[in-house]
Design a protein around this ligand. Structure first.
Ligand SMILES: [Zn+2]
Length: 414
């Protein structure tokens, strides 16, 4: 289960002195149990009170009480029953889709995708804005507000149940002591941007680095669910990573942990968009891969999904230029991810992002071989490597998990 309370202090009753402190700890404990039960129902999609008691370490009576509270909150409901061994029917509990709504936005270098989810995390609507050659904080802010207004126009009746908006952003997102968040998008050449200037919403706004929100999506609902130690790789135009250790996403001292795209693979190597040299992104970012292919004299359509597909097709057909580039990408990824395996000792590497998904369509085995060839035998043999569960929309889905976590931490004030 996702440990969303990992940073909270131990609040077992009776630890702190005085009746007031005791009552505060009891209510914290109730809140924590409520959160655990709700998170489990959301993640499993379908469960029973008995399962909840077992999974959350609660008595059957406590689990029953909490489910009752969540039914009263409108967040879960009974959807039928299954037969028990004794023949007595056992009620099935599921998230109530219309119980709450969440918005997640993927803010990229080529536009914004703003997606509306119900509480079963089914996407019910989507707005895309973009198509410019270059984005700026001002164009992003304009597009986010515009997309949000369009969704509200169509779904105004849901707004009272909207928990908040999560933004997956293309850079480091820091949270100050006052809770104010700031985006540092060095690779895009932007000055520091206050998140509150990026979107104007009358609901809570949460922001995080896009690679980290992708990792959240995989951790809650995808290929990293139930995995205690994982690397969630984002390969697209930008190159990013989420590190999961002890079941939790790692953020570091100021939230820039796992900026893998800007770790060095070559001393004094290729110039990177961040201004540094020899960064991983300067070799395996979509731009770098396609530039290398273009330099062999190849001509192809566009700079996205189809172009990478054409490169892989050409390599499969034996085109020597394409073969050399694909080999090079695998060797670079193998060396860099192999080093990460030695550092982090993950059980699993999840590969996502649109370039990553294209590579995983046919090169997953070769990539794992390259990783193992570049890691020590023991940690190398302990890791597997699979494609991400969620495709191109994982950043938006992961961003919507930020308001979802806030709902898990405390009830929505309606
Ligand atoms: Zn860099």
């Amino acid at each position: 289960m996702v440990d969303i309370f990992g940073s909270m202090v131990d609040v077992r009753p009776g630890r702190a002195g005085g009746p007031a402190a005791e009552s505060a700890t009891v209510s914290s404990l109730r809140q924590r149990n409520r959160g655990q039960v709700l998170a489990h129902i959301l993640q499993s999609g379908r469960t029973t009170r008995g399962d909840l008691a077992r999974e959350c370490g609660l008595s059957f009576a406590s689990a029953t009480n909490i489910v009752g509270d969540l039914v009263a909150e409108g967040l879960v409901h009974e959807t039928g029953s299954i037969a028990s061994r004794g023949g007595r029917p056992i009620a099935v509990v599921e998230p109530r889709p219309e119980g709450a709504y969440l918005i997640g936005a993927d803010v990229g270098e080529r536009g914004v995708a703003v997606e509306l989810f119900d509480l079963s995390m089914t996407r019910i609507d989507r707005e895309f804005r973009g198509g410019r050659d270059e984005e700026s904080p001002e164009t992003i802010a304009h597009d986010l507000d515009d997309a949000l207004a369009a969704l509200r126009e169509r779904h105004g009746e849901l707004w009272p149940s909207l928990v908040g908006v999560g933004l997956g952003l293309p850079g480091i997102v820091e949270t100050g002591p006052d809770g104010e968040q700031t985006l540092y998008a060095q690779s895009l050449g932007w000055d520091a941007v206050a998140v509150r200037d990026l979107i104007h919403a009358d609901v809570p706004v949460f922001a995080e680095n896009g690679a980290k929100t992708q990792a959240m999506a995989e951790l809650w609902f995808g290929a990293a669910r139930g995995v205690q130690h994982a690397l969630v790789v984002l390969l697209g135009r930008g190159v990013g990573l989420g590190i999961i250790a002890d079941g939790r996403l790692q953020r570091g001292a100021t939230s820039s942990a796992a900026e893998w795209g800007h770790t060095k693979i070559e001393r004094d190597g290729a110039l990177c968009r961040c201004g540094g040299r020899g960064c991983v992104e300067a070799y395996v970012g979509a731009g770098a891969i396609l530039d290398a292919w273009r330099n062999t004299g190849a001509s192809f359509e566009g700079s996205g999904w189809n172009a990478i597909g054409e490169l892989l097709d050409a390599a499969d057909a034996g085109d020597p230029g394409a073969v050399a580039i694909v080999d090079d990408v695998l060797r670079t990824l193998g060396a860099s991810l192999g080093s990460l395996v030695n550092l982090a000792n993950p059980e699993r590497i999840v590969v996502g992002g649109w370039v990553g998904l294209r590579l995983m369509e046919r090169l997953g085995e070769r990539l794992l071989d390259a990783v193992r060839a570049n890691s020590l035998e023991r940690p190398g043999s302990a890791v597997d490597l699979i494609a991400s569960t969620f495709g191109g929309d994982s950043v938006a889905l992961g961003a919507a998990i930020m308001p979802l976590e806030s709902l898990v931490r405390e009830p929505l004030a309606r």
